[in-house]
Design a protein around this ligand. Structure first.
Ligand SMILES: [Zn+2]
Length: 348
């Protein structure tokens, strides 16, 4: 029994940074990437009964969520947004239950970042360890709603979920994925200045390097965000990134879209980009956090991708090791952040 009627699976994501003794978003994380990672964990967590049709988002999100959730899950998703807070989370769950009752499989996601308060810029009230929680609603809507408890006496949606499960004798939900019990203090150290600046970025970078026009960025999202490739039924080759033509035999009409695994790729080359060696779109990042690692990794035989390394110092990922990948902020361009997958050490 999962507790909240209709909720068949729960997932959490704890952000990668740490400042002032608690977990915070790393410089390349924001509410969208926290929610995206929680959704990916939720949907990777087991078999599902059909495509996701509806997502309720609780929190303050950049505008990218309006189309980014659809790009992330790979099917057209209706997105409803709710303000942050526990009461709002409960309302979102009830909204999702009604959508599911109409046959639309739903997910509710709350993503919360620490607030800052005071003229000194210190981080505000605590949100416990996890800062994103996602719930898959895929059951019968209960006649009597959600039942008592969830959301009562809590300002934060994430805190409310903690309190709800704590009140049930500490027992965890029946189906749970993620790092719910992660140490709230652990994580990569992030300077407070960086945390605060990252929450209010200047979106004005101009690239003199590998400028990618926005239409091409959007067109390539299936391969950038989901590692979509094309398998050729004529010759058996896989082409990545997908480009509508088999790289081996040139066939165009025997291709099937497949998704290459986003975790477990093998590093075949690694390098460090030192200060001054970066493309100009990464100037802001390098000014804030210094040089960074880049790896060339093999997702499947012949399918290679170049990824920036995050959550680890330059040089931390060795050739031959396995990596995971996460959706993160890349750089600001044309008034918005662009996002893509980055490499992380796998055992985390
Ligand atoms: Zn072929």
């Amino acid at each position: 029994v999962s507790g909240v009627a209709g909720a068949v699976r729960w997932a959490s994501y704890t952000p990668a940074g740490s400042a002032e003794g608690r977990r915070v978003a790393a410089p390349d994380e924001d509410a969208f990437t926290l929610a995206a990672t929680a959704i990916e964990r939720l949907l990777d967590g087991g078999p599902s009964s059909g495509p996701l049709a509806h997502v309720d988002l609780v929190g303050e999100f950049p505008a990218v969520v309006d189309w980014g959730v659809t790009a992330l899950v790979g099917s057209r998703v209706q997105v409803a947004r709710h303000p942050r807070g526990a009461g709002s989370f409960r309302a979102a769950l009830e909204h999702a239950l009604r959508a599911t009752a109409q046959g639309r499989r739903s997910v509710v996601v709350a993503a919360e970042l620490p607030e800052r308060e005071g003229p000194d810029g210190a981080l505000g009230r605590s949100i416990r360890g996890a800062s994103a929680v996602a719930v898959l609603i895929d059951g019968d809507a209960p006649a009597d709603g959600l039942g008592p408890g969830l959301g009562a006496g809590s300002e934060s949606a994430v805190d409310a979920v903690h309190a709800y499960w704590g009140a049930r004798g500490g027992s965890e939900p029946a189906s749970w994925v993620g790092d719910w019990t992660a140490d709230p203090r652990a994580g990569s150290p992030v300077e407070l200045r960086t945390v605060l600046e990252a929450s209010n970025p200047a979106l004005t970078a101009v690239s003199e390097g590998a400028y990618v026009p926005r239409p091409r960025y959007i067109e390539n999202l299936p391969s950038r965000w989901r590692f979509a490739a094309e398998a050729c039924d004529a010759c058996g080759a896989q082409t990545f990134p997908a480009r509508g033509v088999c790289r081996q035999c040139g066939s165009r009409d025997s291709l099937r879209t497949i998704l290459l695994p986003t975790d477990g790729a093998t590093v075949i080359a690694a390098t460090t980009i030192g200060k001054g060696g970066q493309p100009t779109e990464f100037d802001t990042q390098v000014a804030a956090t210094g040089g960074y690692g880049v790896v060339l990794a093999e997702l499947a035989p012949g399918a290679r991708v170049t990824l920036q390394v995050t959550d680890a110092p330059p040089g931390a990922i060795a050739i031959g090791s396995k990596i995971g990948t996460r959706l993160r902020r890349l750089y600001p361009m044309e008034g918005e952040w662009r996002y893509g997958r980055k490499a992380v050490p796998l055992a985390r």
